[in-house]
Design a protein around this ligand. Sequence first.
Ligand code: CA
Length: 229
Amino acid sequence: MTGMLDLVSTTAGPRLLLVEDDPALSSMLAEILGGEGYAVSVARDGQAGLHLGLVQEWDVLVIDRGLPAVEGVALVGRLRGRGVTAPALLLTARGTVADKVEGLDAGAQDYLVKPFDVEELLARLRALLRPMASSRAELPVGGRFLVVGEGRVTGGGDDVQLSRRESLLLETFAASPKRVFPREELLARAFDNADTLGAVDTYVYYLRRKLGKTVIDTVHGIGYRLGSG
Ligand code: CA
């Protein structure tokens, strides 16, 4: 079987499936994304991408349009048809409006035209991994809620306004309240390229200072999770 996967990264970050048949581009992207904290798996054709997309869970999909075996737009459509909901970004050599509409209609969330700037790809992936805006998430501190997308904590006393970074970090925890997040994953999800793991600890400290110590639990040797109350 062609298009076998290589496991290029074993970090505990967001699970990213890259389906790209160009060997130079897929190796380069896998290396960069791995360096950014993503747990990257690569499929080299649409059939392998379909298989992997269905048998494993993913946080985000990056799919080339022009693929052997199953073409990229068809691949997104087939994954959606089988209940795969992870956000998908299509890569393409063409950039016409009709092309974009076709990709978005098939169920992709975003679209990037080759050649693209890697920084732009990284920014778009961060956006795709962000929780949906305008919902409220309960916090484990005295009946308080985070207003997602506004960075505002309300209920149980005066409102507290969070900085953009504090808000992104707390939204990440609140979106999966039981999950323990490795620091590497938090770095990839809520911070910029220039930040280091120490920044994650610093912002957890800021959140606890603003909202109370119980808002985030430390899980020693692994990372952090939303407080268990
Ligand atoms: Ca291609």
